[in-house]
Design a protein. Structure first.
Length: 475
């Protein structure tokens, strides 16, 4: 189980310049800031006195390609920016690592993304292969043309104790407008994440993360998430070794997620607010991903709780629906069965761009949104999700309705449809990334604000099996 309740905190920020980390990894990883510290206590007149000891320095965060990592030989310097970025991820992970059982953990990810895409630059791979430039279209915003994919300004407030020594607070904030002089203006893009925790006997409630995100005319498509990645191996959307918080990678159908979410501002009608976003990776033949971006496929599923998000999946638009829906009891219903298929439970489904046998009609996922092809299944509140602990009606968990959730993500992820080539063995669905946050799609001056706490991933020690060997209960 991963917990918010310890006073130790590790966070990292990843700046992804366009949808879903499609640029070379160095572009965003080298600009990240890691806030990593350990708590120390002393006694003063019989009372505990707390201190903050930072494990990552400004010099660590400022490391760039060609710089030797502290403690290594100058001859081992890596000058290739992509390779250096991956190595820096591991170096900072070592600096932040916390011994634990069954394995150590490193840090949370705060992920910020800019949806602008300069199609004439041909920077992003096309389904994992080199892309060619093409004229700008309305599908991919790039206000102002060249330069729309710039890095943001990042300001970092290191975690510190308040004057009374009872609250730990830290955070980061910034904007994509490089010439901005007032970050409070409604026409300037803005993001911030503040984390805080009361320590001592009254500090049992754990960490609270407070998020804000605002789009602008120049940056109309922004995303902000708090994400727990695996402590080893590939994480959702990545094709290199990463670090994170998830000590045991949860596997369908045997895990749950607890979290407390309060949405204060929703981000407008185009805000795809994710109560839970799960990410994994496997090939179309069911084999695990191995870093080959032409054949690896990132798989995502997201529960969107914005009540203004429609169900594009409809009897007359079956290309927007998954081919099958599976109920909790195992009953499968095809999307052509208009009497029984729950169209209103799905926002949209898209097939991987390299799916050779995708059932037609289908919509293929955007080919530029990941270093490799992707498959996306987005769901919305509906009665069919209630048996998994998910919202069943529009408005549940939305503004004015803060809730503590226990989501049976394992059982749901086991039931959801994901593409595989015919006749191939089922993939192991191992979810290396789980996150909460929002994607505000092409909206000017839209604002979202929310707090997240109590984010725990629950993996059972053992499961009770039926006589035939099928898992029947893990709880």
């Amino acid at each position: 189980m991963m917990q918010f309740r310890r006073n130790i905190l590790r966070t990292r920020i990843i700046i992804a310049q366009i949808w879903m980390e499609t640029m070379p990894i160095s572009i965003y990883l080298l600009l990240k800031n890691v806030d990593c510290y350990a708590e120390a206590t002393d006694d003063e007149q019989g009372q505990p006195v707390y201190k903050v000891v930072h494990r990552v320095t400004d010099a660590d965060n400022a490391l760039r390609a060609g710089d030797p990592f502290p403690g290594t030989s100058a001859n081992s310097t890596v000058t290739d920016t992509d390779r250096y970025a991956a190595a820096k991820e591991l170096y900072l992970g070592d600096r932040c690592q916390v011994p634990d059982s069954p394995v150590p953990w490193q840090f949370w990810m705060v992920m910020l993304k800019n949806g602008n895409l300069d199609t004439t630059a041909a920077i992003c791979p096309d389904n994992g292969r080199p892309a060619r430039p093409f004229p700008q279209t309305s599908r991919f915003p790039c206000p102002g043309g060249t330069g729309c994919m710039n890095q943001p300004l990042v300001f970092h407030n290191r975690t510190a104790l308040d004057d009374a020594g009872r609250w730990l607070r830290g955070g980061l904030f910034g904007t994509y407008e490089l010439d901005a002089t007032d970050l409070g203006r409604s026409d300037v893009s803005y993001y911030s994440v503040v984390w805080e925790k009361q320590i001592g006997p009254a500090g049992g409630a754990g960490w609270v993360f407070h998020h804000k995100l605002r789009t602008s005319a120049k940056y109309p498509w922004l995303m902000l998430y708090l994400r727990s990645d695996a402590t080893r191996g590939f994480s959702g959307g990545y094709h290199y070794d990463t670090r994170g918080m998830t000590k045991i990678v949860p596997e369908s159908p045997d895990f749950k997620v607890r979290l407390t979410l309060e949405v204060k501002q929703g981000g407008g009608p185009n805000s795809q607010f994710y109560l839970m976003d799960m990410g994994s990776c496997w090939k179309n033949d069911g084999a695990p991903c191995d870093g080959d971006t032409a054949t690896d496929v990132t798989r995502y599923s997201e529960m969107i709780i914005n009540p203004e998000t429609p169900a594009w999946c409809q009897p007359g638009r079956r290309d927007q629906c998954p081919p099958w829906h599976t109920f909790r009891n195992g009953t499968r219903v095809h999307r052509d069965d208009t009497a029984r298929f729950p169209y209103a439970a799905y926002h949209v489904y898209c097939s991987p761009g390299n799916a050779r046998h995708a059932e037609q009609p289908t919509t293929y996922c955007d080919p530029y949104s990941n270093p490799q092809p992707q498959e996306i299944l987005q769901i919305v509140p509906h009665p069919v999700w209630g048996e998994f602990g998910y919202p069943t009606a529009k408005g549940q968990g939305w503004i004015g309705d803060p809730r503590a959730w226990e989501l049976d993500v394992g059982a749901l992820s086991h039931a959801l449809y994901f593409y595989q080539d015919p006749g191939t063995p089922p993939a192991r669905r191992r979810w290396s990334s789980l996150d909460v946050g929002t994607e505000i799609y092409v909206s000017k001056k839209a604002e979202a604000e929310w707090t997240l706490s109590g984010f725990d991933i629950l993996v059972p020690n053992k499961c009770v099996t039926s006589q035939g060997g099928t898992v029947s209960s893990c709880w």
